[in-house]
Design a binder for this molecule. Sequence first.
Ligand code: NDP
Length: 301
Amino acid sequence: MDNFSKVLSGKAVADTVLEYVKSTTDRLVRQGIKPGLAVVIVGEDPASQVYVRSKGKKAEECGFLSIKHELAEQTSESQLLSLIASLNEDSTVHGILVQLPLPKHINADKVVQSISPDKDVDGFHYVNVGKLGTGAVAQAFVPCTPAGSMVLIEKVLGPDLSGLDAVVIGRSNIVGKPMANLLLAANATVTIAHSKTKNLRSVCRRADIIVAAVGRPRMVKSDWIKPGALIIDVGINRIVSDPDVGSKSRLVGDVDFDDALNTVGTITPVPGGVGPMTIAMLMANTLKAACLANGLPQPAF
Ligand code: NDP
């Protein structure tokens, strides 16, 4: 296999998911159902503003009702909770997303847990975490980044990972743990590695699938990788570029892409890998919420 065909474009797969979301939404709208996504942002954090804008734009492109609530930095916790309560009651809203991080005076966990589990398109509510953890994957809203990573894994290896060893590097509630649960539900033999793991290189080297969700630029090197393995690079790290390249900074993953390319079977690039899948799965989750709220069969991705 040449190196070019080893690179799995998340952008291309995300476009397919989004096309499916759009065409299904068209059909729903003709039946009088318009999926609605409400995004709530508190404060002025520039990165959060960019994320929220792109989520809103993508929701509009999908044909959704796209609602944005921009609240001032000094908004109180109780004001935010009462907004969530009203969105929970609003039948035009099927998905609610509160952009994190929240200002320090607000208890983010309390806010996230106040979202109705049926509208929890981020998949952070304990009800959805519990469903995923007990293997009721189809009934759960799964966090978008691991859900998107799993779609990429299925593209390469199919839905049944029986007999395959998977290593997830990172144990966050947002990426690592739900990722491990998804792999387990697909019959992989799963190891979760983290900062206290010893001999990480040799742990990784036996894996048929590595999902790197660490936040350390280019940590995973070619000699950590079993020849032919599938590598899903979740990491997004901004590094200062070589001035010769002509730009001040650029994004790299947790895997040393150039070094790994000769060893891997397939690898996702950064950018253009898991990132586009994350936003596509947010749209997919919102569509799913709209279908379930209206007693329709849920779409399959
Ligand atoms: P967290 O910081 O919450 O978790 C990082 C995990 O990596 C922790 O479990 C930590 O271990 C582990 N870790 C840190 N250092 C090491 C090390 N040297 N060896 C092994 N494990 C280590 O990050 P997130 O899970 O939120 O995100 C991970 C990465 O994914 C980040 O780069 C983030 O930007 C990116 N990301 C990308 C998204 C996308 O859409 N593509 C979406 C979300 C995140 P411990 O628990 O012991 O501290």
